[in-house]
Write a protein that binds this ligand. Structure first.
Ligand code: HEM
Length: 143
């Protein structure tokens, strides 16, 4: 009985850890959107987004690893909540890789290509933020 209580405690601490770090995932999207709407030149824009990238990848890694730990503990692979969270995290990760590849080409092309990159980055971060609101508040139970 005491062992079961300890397992339950460990699980709920891990859920809280996962929940706490996942909540910060919205921060890089908000910062990048503000940057994209207020930048003065492309050099400053690229620099600011570059500095936010480690935070974003750190939060993606923490969410994924703590989420996988939770999955290993509860074995509920087919829950709609878990599928939505995994799909969303995959979308954010591949979206970021797509944005970096787009920037690499645009930076060597011309101003028009950079403006096109800015437009696509705005759409991407807007979708990331919208997805975050849907997935985070959709998965949240009374904690
Ligand atoms: C690989 C990615 C992820 C996996 C495998 C995963 C897995 C899980 C699991 C197994 C749970 C416990 C489910 C339950 O209580 O039934 C959970 C809870 C939760 N996850 Fe994730 N997750 C992932 C990513 C995310 C992301 C990106 C977010 C935020 C947008 C998120 C937000 C939450 C929230 C809010 C809860 C519920 C906490 C509560 O019970 O109130 N997760 N996750």
């Amino acid at each position: 009985m005491q062992e079961l209580d300890m397992i339950k405690k460990a699980f709920s601490s891990l859920v809280f850890y996962h929940y706490f770090f996942s909540a910060f995932l919205a921060l890089p999207f908000v910062i990048n959107l503000i940057t994209l709407f207020t930048y003065k030149n492309f050099v400053a824009l690229n620099k600011k987004i570059w500095y936010v990238m480690p935070l974003l990848f750190f939060l993606i890694a923490v969410s994924a690893l703590s989420g996988l730990n939770l999955l290993a503990m509860q074995h509920n692979f087919t829950s709609l909540k878990v599928i939505a969270m995994s799909f969303y995290l995959g979308f954010v990760l591949f979206g970021e890789i797509y944005r970096i590849r787009l920037l690499k080409v645009a930076i060597r092309t011309n101003e028009e290509a950079m403006l096109e990159y800015v437009k696509k980055a705005k759409i991407l971060y807007f979708l990331d933020l919208l997805g975050f609101i849907l997935v985070f508040f959709g998965s949240k139970s009374a904690i």
